[in-house]
Design a protein around this ligand. Structure first.
Ligand SMILES: [Zn+2]
Length: 78
């Protein structure tokens, strides 16, 4: 004999967005179309951007991390 009114569901405290704190070290896969070279670019220590350079011609790329941005992990640099 249970009274359904005794059930308390407090969901408000867990309503925050899920955390991805355990993500090891995010990186992007970048294809440099200039030299047809594929490279992984790791995130900067401050977590704000990804910086990389074409290993052949030295073309610099900088991807800024934005909130609500793209989930894409692979980019082509032309
Ligand atoms: Zn290049």
């Amino acid at each position: 004999m249970t009274d359904p009114r005794d059930y308390k569901l407090d969901l408000s405290k867990n309503a925050s967005s899920p955390q991805l704190a355990s993500t090891p070290r995010p990186y992007l896969s970048v294809q440099f179309d200039c030299c047809k070279v594929y490279l992984r670019i790791y995130r900067s220590p401050d977590g704000r951007h990804y910086r990389g350079r074409c290993p052949r011609c030295g073309l610099a790329v900088n991807f800024v991390v934005g909130d609500g941005g793209t989930d894409a992990r692979t980019f082509v640099v032309r």
